[in-house]
Design a protein around this ligand. Sequence first.
Ligand SMILES: NC(=O)c1ccc[n+]([C@@H]2O[C@H](COP(=O)([O-])OP(=O)(O)OC[C@H]3O[C@@H](n4cnc5c(N)ncnc54)[C@H](OP(=O)(O)O)[C@@H]3O)[C@@H](O)[C@H]2O)c1
Length: 283
Amino acid sequence: MKIILITGSSSGFGLEMVQDLIGQGHFVIATLRGATERANIFDSISDKSKLKILTLDVCSKEDIKAAGEYVKTEHDGSLDVLINNAGYGLYGALEDISEEQVRHQMEVNFFGPTLLTQELLPFLRKTKGKVINISSVMGRFSLPLGSVYSASKFALEGLTEGLYYELKPFGVQVCAVQPGAHRTGFVKAMIWGDKSNNEDSPYINQTNGLLRNVEEMTSKPTATGSDNVSKIVTKLINKKRMPRRVLAGKDAVATGIAQKFLPEALYHEILHRSYEKVFGSEI
Ligand SMILES: NC(=O)c1ccc[n+]([C@@H]2O[C@H](COP(=O)([O-])OP(=O)(O)OC[C@H]3O[C@@H](n4cnc5c(N)ncnc54)[C@H](OP(=O)(O)O)[C@@H]3O)[C@@H](O)[C@H]2O)c1
């Protein structure tokens, strides 16, 4: 039985992982914003002896400290796996996004996991544990109106790669999971730039193009379910050695193959053409 802490456990990949990992006999510290008021999210979990629900807004230094304190006092300062999963997508043209929105995106998707990892590393070193960062295929490439979300995931990728080597001598393993499009609460939780919907925005046609595309993609019943990422994470936890990064979902794997085998100019030409389809011929 491993002790596993997950952020963003209230929905999507996070909730799926809580259910699956408890099902496998692990002890899960399921963290989320406003845990006390939202404990009913976990009603369907039958073995509550394997579940601790803890409030953790990844932007809150106090919550991060409290999570560390909990592991220290209740688990003898031992943590086997940290899964940095909480996150959301900020979309919109850079000119349509406010400074506050940019900063908040980095706060949740990068500073939060960075500072939580920093807080919990002494406990992960003790067990020679694992850090699994839920990044995105958009931590490998970017697209119009997705630059800031991508930047937050590129930052998380940089953190993951550096720590992969930095923590090796201590036996702590670090991996980034890079999902493509999956059916979760992600699209509903997407935040658009403050000015994205302004009819006089120079980017309004691109915004409408991306909106149409996102709706099409997510209404497809064939879209990959959140269980895919949970299965991948479960395998990583059971593996003796984790790779530095893992792609999740057919679209992500296709991107990885294209990046690996296509000449760079051709790869970018293909991206450009696919963006023209999504955003109209103005790209
Ligand atoms: N679904 C996809 O297609 C996809 C693809 C690539 C990468 N990802 C990544 O996968 C991760 C999980 O997303 P998901 O797809 O499962 O979407 P989701 O269903 O919207 O889940 C996101 C989770 O993050 C939590 N969260 C947001 N801000 C937070 C904060 N400040 N502190 C703590 N928790 C916070 C949300 O909690 P609340 O309920 O409190 O809002 C929710 O539990 C994200 O990092 C996302 O970038 C998703």
